[in-house]
Write a protein that binds this ligand. Structure first.
Ligand code: BT5
Length: 325
Protein backbone atom coordinates (compact mmCIF):
# COMPACT_ATOMS: atom_id res chain seq x y z
CA UNK A 1 0.00 0.00 0.00
CA UNK A 2 2.74 2.40 1.08
CA UNK A 3 4.74 1.52 -2.01
CA UNK A 4 1.72 2.33 -4.16
CA UNK A 5 1.27 5.74 -2.67
CA UNK A 6 4.99 6.48 -3.05
CA UNK A 7 4.74 5.36 -6.65
CA UNK A 8 1.91 7.81 -7.28
CA UNK A 9 3.79 10.56 -5.47
CA UNK A 10 6.82 9.96 -7.64
CA UNK A 11 4.70 9.93 -10.78
CA UNK A 12 3.09 13.24 -9.83
CA UNK A 13 6.44 14.75 -8.94
CA UNK A 14 8.00 13.86 -12.30
CA UNK A 15 4.84 14.77 -14.21
CA UNK A 16 4.76 18.26 -12.75
CA UNK A 17 7.94 19.05 -14.71
CA UNK A 18 8.32 16.67 -17.61
CA UNK A 19 11.64 16.81 -19.48
CA UNK A 20 13.38 18.07 -16.33
CA UNK A 21 16.20 15.96 -14.91
CA UNK A 22 16.17 15.00 -11.23
CA UNK A 23 19.00 13.23 -9.52
CA UNK A 24 18.23 10.12 -7.48
CA UNK A 25 19.15 12.19 -4.45
CA UNK A 26 16.64 14.97 -5.24
CA UNK A 27 13.87 12.43 -5.65
CA UNK A 28 14.83 10.54 -2.51
CA UNK A 29 14.73 13.77 -0.53
CA UNK A 30 11.46 14.93 -2.03
CA UNK A 31 9.71 11.71 -1.13
CA UNK A 32 11.69 11.08 2.06
CA UNK A 33 12.64 7.56 1.01
CA UNK A 34 15.93 5.91 0.07
CA UNK A 35 17.58 6.13 -3.34
CA UNK A 36 17.19 2.39 -3.73
CA UNK A 37 13.46 2.73 -3.13
CA UNK A 38 13.35 5.45 -5.81
CA UNK A 39 15.18 3.21 -8.24
CA UNK A 40 12.67 0.40 -7.63
CA UNK A 41 9.71 2.73 -8.13
CA UNK A 42 11.18 4.12 -11.36
CA UNK A 43 11.50 0.56 -12.61
CA UNK A 44 7.87 -0.15 -11.77
CA UNK A 45 6.61 3.04 -13.40
CA UNK A 46 8.60 2.30 -16.55
CA UNK A 47 7.07 -1.17 -16.67
CA UNK A 48 3.64 0.43 -16.46
CA UNK A 49 4.34 2.35 -19.65
CA UNK A 50 5.60 5.68 -18.38
CA UNK A 51 8.53 6.87 -20.44
CA UNK A 52 11.23 7.67 -17.94
CA UNK A 53 14.75 8.26 -19.15
CA UNK A 54 17.70 7.66 -16.89
CA UNK A 55 21.23 8.98 -17.42
CA UNK A 56 24.27 8.36 -15.35
CA UNK A 57 25.17 11.94 -14.32
CA UNK A 58 21.75 13.50 -14.74
CA UNK A 59 19.35 11.18 -13.00
CA UNK A 60 15.80 10.65 -14.22
CA UNK A 61 13.27 12.52 -16.28
CA UNK A 62 9.81 11.90 -17.59
CA UNK A 63 9.60 12.27 -21.33
CA UNK A 64 6.75 14.39 -22.52
CA UNK A 65 5.95 12.31 -25.53
CA UNK A 66 2.79 10.72 -26.78
CA UNK A 67 1.79 9.65 -23.29
CA UNK A 68 -1.26 11.68 -22.23
CA UNK A 69 -0.16 13.36 -19.06
CA UNK A 70 -2.97 14.40 -16.75
CA UNK A 71 -0.82 16.24 -14.23
CA UNK A 72 0.91 18.26 -16.92
CA UNK A 73 -2.31 19.15 -18.74
CA UNK A 74 -4.04 20.09 -15.48
CA UNK A 75 -1.13 22.39 -14.65
CA UNK A 76 -1.22 24.10 -18.04
CA UNK A 77 -4.94 24.69 -18.06
CA UNK A 78 -5.40 28.32 -17.10
CA UNK A 79 -6.30 29.01 -13.53
CA UNK A 80 -9.23 31.22 -14.56
CA UNK A 81 -11.01 28.28 -16.13
CA UNK A 82 -14.45 27.62 -14.64
CA UNK A 83 -14.49 24.72 -12.14
CA UNK A 84 -14.00 21.52 -14.05
CA UNK A 85 -13.18 17.83 -13.78
CA UNK A 86 -10.53 16.35 -16.05
CA UNK A 87 -10.55 12.69 -17.12
CA UNK A 88 -7.97 10.88 -19.22
CA UNK A 89 -8.40 7.38 -20.63
CA UNK A 90 -6.15 5.10 -22.66
CA UNK A 91 -9.24 3.69 -24.42
CA UNK A 92 -12.86 4.72 -24.29
CA UNK A 93 -15.96 4.14 -26.41
CA UNK A 94 -16.36 7.83 -27.20
CA UNK A 95 -15.32 10.92 -25.25
CA UNK A 96 -18.63 12.56 -26.21
CA UNK A 97 -20.62 9.61 -24.83
CA UNK A 98 -18.61 9.69 -21.60
CA UNK A 99 -18.93 13.47 -21.23
CA UNK A 100 -22.68 13.34 -21.82
CA UNK A 101 -23.10 10.65 -19.20
CA UNK A 102 -20.95 12.47 -16.63
CA UNK A 103 -22.61 15.84 -17.07
CA UNK A 104 -26.06 14.25 -16.85
CA UNK A 105 -25.10 12.74 -13.51
CA UNK A 106 -23.22 15.74 -12.06
CA UNK A 107 -24.42 18.93 -13.62
CA UNK A 108 -22.40 21.23 -11.34
CA UNK A 109 -19.00 21.36 -13.03
CA UNK A 110 -17.52 21.29 -16.50
CA UNK A 111 -16.30 17.89 -17.68
CA UNK A 112 -13.19 17.60 -19.82
CA UNK A 113 -12.33 14.18 -21.15
CA UNK A 114 -9.45 13.10 -23.32
CA UNK A 115 -8.70 9.66 -24.72
CA UNK A 116 -5.80 8.08 -26.52
CA UNK A 117 -8.10 5.88 -28.57
CA UNK A 118 -11.84 5.56 -29.17
CA UNK A 119 -13.67 2.40 -30.12
CA UNK A 120 -16.89 4.21 -31.01
CA UNK A 121 -15.64 7.63 -32.03
CA UNK A 122 -18.27 9.21 -34.21
CA UNK A 123 -19.19 12.31 -36.11
CA UNK A 124 -22.54 13.66 -37.14
CA UNK A 125 -25.36 11.26 -38.04
CA UNK A 126 -23.43 8.52 -36.18
CA UNK A 127 -20.77 8.39 -38.88
CA UNK A 128 -17.64 6.64 -37.72
CA UNK A 129 -14.68 8.80 -36.72
CA UNK A 130 -11.48 6.80 -37.06
CA UNK A 131 -9.69 7.14 -33.70
CA UNK A 132 -6.66 4.82 -33.43
CA UNK A 133 -4.21 4.81 -30.51
CA UNK A 134 -1.14 7.07 -30.37
CA UNK A 135 -2.27 9.06 -33.40
CA UNK A 136 -4.63 11.79 -32.48
CA UNK A 137 -6.39 13.76 -29.84
CA UNK A 138 -9.96 12.89 -28.94
CA UNK A 139 -11.30 15.44 -26.53
CA UNK A 140 -14.73 16.46 -25.30
CA UNK A 141 -15.83 19.35 -23.15
CA UNK A 142 -19.25 19.24 -21.48
CA UNK A 143 -20.59 22.50 -20.09
CA UNK A 144 -23.59 22.83 -17.80
CA UNK A 145 -25.79 25.78 -18.71
CA UNK A 146 -27.70 28.08 -16.42
CA UNK A 147 -31.45 28.23 -17.03
CA UNK A 148 -31.42 31.51 -18.93
CA UNK A 149 -28.36 30.85 -21.16
CA UNK A 150 -29.13 30.68 -24.85
CA UNK A 151 -27.15 28.65 -27.35
CA UNK A 152 -26.19 29.42 -30.88
CA UNK A 153 -25.10 26.16 -32.50
CA UNK A 154 -23.59 27.84 -35.57
CA UNK A 155 -21.49 30.19 -33.49
CA UNK A 156 -20.41 27.51 -31.04
CA UNK A 157 -19.10 25.18 -33.74
CA UNK A 158 -17.34 27.94 -35.65
CA UNK A 159 -15.84 29.32 -32.42
CA UNK A 160 -14.55 25.85 -31.56
CA UNK A 161 -12.98 25.56 -35.02
CA UNK A 162 -11.19 28.87 -34.45
CA UNK A 163 -10.03 27.73 -30.99
CA UNK A 164 -8.56 24.56 -32.51
CA UNK A 165 -7.04 26.54 -35.39
CA UNK A 166 -5.32 28.93 -32.98
CA UNK A 167 -3.97 26.01 -30.97
CA UNK A 168 -2.56 24.23 -34.02
CA UNK A 169 -0.95 27.48 -35.11
CA UNK A 170 0.63 27.97 -31.67
CA UNK A 171 2.01 24.44 -31.41
CA UNK A 172 2.77 23.46 -35.02
CA UNK A 173 3.02 26.85 -36.75
CA UNK A 174 0.54 25.95 -39.51
CA UNK A 175 -2.88 27.40 -40.22
CA UNK A 176 -5.87 25.07 -40.60
CA UNK A 177 -8.57 25.65 -43.20
CA UNK A 178 -12.19 25.51 -42.09
CA UNK A 179 -14.79 23.76 -44.15
CA UNK A 180 -18.16 24.98 -42.98
CA UNK A 181 -19.23 24.12 -40.51
CA UNK A 182 -17.33 21.54 -38.48
CA UNK A 183 -14.50 20.18 -40.63
CA UNK A 184 -10.82 21.01 -40.19
CA UNK A 185 -8.53 20.74 -43.19
CA UNK A 186 -4.89 21.06 -44.06
CA UNK A 187 -3.65 20.92 -47.68
CA UNK A 188 -7.07 19.75 -48.88
CA UNK A 189 -7.15 16.77 -46.53
CA UNK A 190 -9.43 16.47 -43.53
CA UNK A 191 -7.34 16.46 -40.36
CA UNK A 192 -10.10 16.80 -37.80
CA UNK A 193 -13.71 17.43 -37.01
CA UNK A 194 -16.00 18.87 -34.37
CA UNK A 195 -19.20 17.38 -33.02
CA UNK A 196 -21.39 19.71 -30.95
CA UNK A 197 -24.32 18.22 -29.12
CA UNK A 198 -26.91 19.55 -26.71
CA UNK A 199 -28.56 17.78 -23.80
CA UNK A 200 -32.13 18.82 -23.30
CA UNK A 201 -33.83 18.84 -19.96
CA UNK A 202 -37.03 16.93 -20.45
CA UNK A 203 -39.08 18.79 -17.86
CA UNK A 204 -38.21 22.37 -18.73
CA UNK A 205 -37.63 21.56 -22.40
CA UNK A 206 -34.51 23.72 -22.33
CA UNK A 207 -30.87 22.91 -23.04
CA UNK A 208 -29.24 21.87 -19.78
CA UNK A 209 -25.73 21.27 -21.11
CA UNK A 210 -23.55 21.35 -24.18
CA UNK A 211 -21.02 18.80 -25.31
CA UNK A 212 -18.30 19.82 -27.72
CA UNK A 213 -16.22 16.97 -29.14
CA UNK A 214 -13.00 17.55 -31.02
CA UNK A 215 -11.15 14.89 -32.99
CA UNK A 216 -7.74 15.73 -34.42
CA UNK A 217 -5.38 13.55 -36.42
CA UNK A 218 -2.01 14.64 -35.15
CA UNK A 219 -0.07 12.02 -37.04
CA UNK A 220 -1.52 9.06 -38.89
CA UNK A 221 0.06 6.05 -40.43
CA UNK A 222 -1.28 6.39 -44.00
CA UNK A 223 -0.71 2.68 -44.63
CA UNK A 224 -2.97 1.72 -41.75
CA UNK A 225 -5.91 3.85 -42.84
CA UNK A 226 -9.19 2.25 -43.83
CA UNK A 227 -9.34 2.20 -47.65
CA UNK A 228 -12.27 4.62 -47.90
CA UNK A 229 -10.37 7.28 -45.97
CA UNK A 230 -6.99 6.88 -47.64
CA UNK A 231 -7.16 9.84 -50.05
CA UNK A 232 -9.33 11.99 -47.84
CA UNK A 233 -7.68 12.34 -44.47
CA UNK A 234 -4.22 13.05 -43.11
CA UNK A 235 -2.29 13.84 -39.96
CA UNK A 236 -1.16 17.37 -39.09
CA UNK A 237 2.54 16.72 -38.67
CA UNK A 238 5.04 13.91 -38.69
CA UNK A 239 5.41 12.81 -35.06
CA UNK A 240 2.58 15.22 -34.26
CA UNK A 241 1.35 12.87 -31.56
CA UNK A 242 4.40 13.77 -29.47
CA UNK A 243 2.80 17.16 -28.91
CA UNK A 244 -0.52 15.81 -27.79
CA UNK A 245 -0.23 17.21 -24.30
CA UNK A 246 0.59 20.69 -25.55
CA UNK A 247 -2.23 20.57 -28.07
CA UNK A 248 -4.72 19.35 -25.48
CA UNK A 249 -3.86 22.18 -23.07
CA UNK A 250 -3.86 24.79 -25.85
CA UNK A 251 -7.24 23.64 -27.20
CA UNK A 252 -8.81 23.75 -23.74
CA UNK A 253 -7.40 27.22 -22.99
CA UNK A 254 -8.32 28.66 -26.38
CA UNK A 255 -11.76 27.12 -26.23
CA UNK A 256 -12.63 28.73 -22.91
CA UNK A 257 -11.13 32.05 -23.95
CA UNK A 258 -13.54 32.14 -26.89
CA UNK A 259 -16.45 30.51 -25.10
CA UNK A 260 -16.76 33.43 -22.66
CA UNK A 261 -18.15 35.69 -25.39
CA UNK A 262 -18.62 33.44 -28.39
CA UNK A 263 -22.14 34.74 -29.03
CA UNK A 264 -20.75 38.15 -30.00
CA UNK A 265 -19.26 36.46 -33.09
CA UNK A 266 -16.12 38.60 -32.97
CA UNK A 267 -14.00 35.58 -33.91
CA UNK A 268 -15.93 35.08 -37.16
CA UNK A 269 -13.56 37.13 -39.29
CA UNK A 270 -10.83 34.67 -38.38
CA UNK A 271 -13.12 31.81 -39.43
CA UNK A 272 -14.04 33.52 -42.70
CA UNK A 273 -10.42 34.29 -43.53
CA UNK A 274 -9.51 30.63 -43.31
CA UNK A 275 -12.68 29.18 -44.81
CA UNK A 276 -11.87 27.56 -48.10
CA UNK A 277 -15.46 27.56 -49.34
CA UNK A 278 -15.97 31.23 -50.00
CA UNK A 279 -16.01 31.90 -53.74
CA UNK A 280 -16.20 28.21 -54.63
CA UNK A 281 -18.98 26.27 -56.33
CA UNK A 282 -20.47 23.91 -53.81
CA UNK A 283 -23.36 21.66 -53.03
CA UNK A 284 -24.89 21.64 -49.58
CA UNK A 285 -27.57 19.66 -47.78
CA UNK A 286 -29.78 20.96 -45.05
CA UNK A 287 -32.50 18.61 -43.88
CA UNK A 288 -34.16 17.29 -47.04
CA UNK A 289 -33.01 20.22 -49.09
CA UNK A 290 -30.09 20.38 -51.54
CA UNK A 291 -28.63 23.71 -52.57
CA UNK A 292 -26.10 24.10 -55.37
CA UNK A 293 -24.36 27.38 -56.08
CA UNK A 294 -21.48 29.59 -55.04
CA UNK A 295 -20.62 29.98 -51.36
CA UNK A 296 -20.51 33.74 -50.91
CA UNK A 297 -20.39 34.41 -47.18
CA UNK A 298 -20.64 33.28 -43.60
CA UNK A 299 -23.05 35.54 -41.79
CA UNK A 300 -22.89 36.88 -38.25
CA UNK A 301 -24.62 33.79 -36.85
CA UNK A 302 -22.15 31.42 -38.48
CA UNK A 303 -24.65 30.42 -41.22
CA UNK A 304 -23.47 29.72 -44.75
CA UNK A 305 -24.82 31.94 -47.53
CA UNK A 306 -25.02 30.38 -50.98
CA UNK A 307 -25.88 32.14 -54.20
CA UNK A 308 -28.13 29.77 -56.16
CA UNK A 309 -29.41 31.12 -59.47
CA UNK A 310 -29.16 34.72 -58.25
CA UNK A 311 -30.98 33.94 -55.02
CA UNK A 312 -29.21 34.13 -51.70
CA UNK A 313 -29.91 31.07 -49.61
CA UNK A 314 -29.00 30.83 -45.95
CA UNK A 315 -28.05 27.47 -44.49
CA UNK A 316 -28.03 27.42 -40.71
CA UNK A 317 -27.30 23.77 -40.24
CA UNK A 318 -26.38 20.99 -42.56
CA UNK A 319 -23.27 20.18 -44.48
CA UNK A 320 -21.38 20.84 -47.64
CA UNK A 321 -21.14 17.65 -49.64
CA UNK A 322 -19.30 18.79 -52.74
CA UNK A 323 -16.71 21.45 -53.43
CA UNK A 324 -15.28 22.32 -56.87
CA UNK A 325 -11.61 23.09 -56.51
C1 BT5 B 1 -16.88 15.01 -37.75
O1 BT5 B 1 -18.07 14.47 -38.17
O2 BT5 B 1 -15.93 15.23 -38.45
C2 BT5 B 1 -16.82 15.24 -36.26
C3 BT5 B 1 -15.91 14.25 -35.59
C4 BT5 B 1 -15.82 14.47 -34.11
C5 BT5 B 1 -14.97 13.45 -33.45
C6 BT5 B 1 -14.75 13.74 -32.02
S1 BT5 B 1 -13.47 12.80 -31.34
C7 BT5 B 1 -13.90 13.26 -29.75
C8 BT5 B 1 -15.39 13.21 -29.70
N1 BT5 B 1 -15.88 11.89 -29.43
C9 BT5 B 1 -16.61 11.40 -30.45
O3 BT5 B 1 -17.15 10.27 -30.48
N2 BT5 B 1 -16.69 12.31 -31.42
C10 BT5 B 1 -15.95 13.51 -31.10
P1 BT5 B 1 -18.59 14.44 -39.66
O4 BT5 B 1 -18.56 15.82 -40.24
O5 BT5 B 1 -19.89 13.73 -39.59
O6 BT5 B 1 -17.53 13.60 -40.44
C11 BT5 B 1 -17.47 12.21 -40.38
C12 BT5 B 1 -16.71 11.75 -41.62
O7 BT5 B 1 -15.31 12.13 -41.51
C13 BT5 B 1 -16.67 10.25 -41.81
O8 BT5 B 1 -17.81 9.79 -42.49
C14 BT5 B 1 -15.40 10.06 -42.62
O9 BT5 B 1 -15.63 10.33 -43.99
C15 BT5 B 1 -14.50 11.16 -42.11
N3 BT5 B 1 -13.56 10.66 -41.08
C16 BT5 B 1 -13.62 9.54 -40.32
N4 BT5 B 1 -12.57 9.45 -39.49
C17 BT5 B 1 -11.82 10.55 -39.71
C18 BT5 B 1 -10.62 11.05 -39.16
N5 BT5 B 1 -9.93 10.41 -38.20
N6 BT5 B 1 -10.15 12.21 -39.65
C19 BT5 B 1 -10.79 12.90 -40.60
N7 BT5 B 1 -11.94 12.48 -41.16
C20 BT5 B 1 -12.45 11.33 -40.72
Amino acid sequence: MKENSNKNKLKDFLSANPQKWYSGNDLAQALAISRTAIWKLIKQLSQEGLEIQSRHHLGYRLLLSDHLNKTWIAKKIKKDLPPSRLFIFPTIDSTNIFAKREISEHNDRIVIVIADRQTEGHGRFQRKFYSPAKSGLYLSIAIPLKGDQTVSAGLLTTATAVAVGRSIKEVFGVQLDYKWVNDLYLSERKVGGILTEAITDFESNSISSLVVGIGLNLSLDQNELPIDLRDKIAGIAENGQEKRNQIAAAVINNFFKLFKNYQDGRFLDEYRKNSFLIGRKIQAHSGQRTVAGTAIAIDDQGSLIILEENKKIKIQSGEVTKVDF
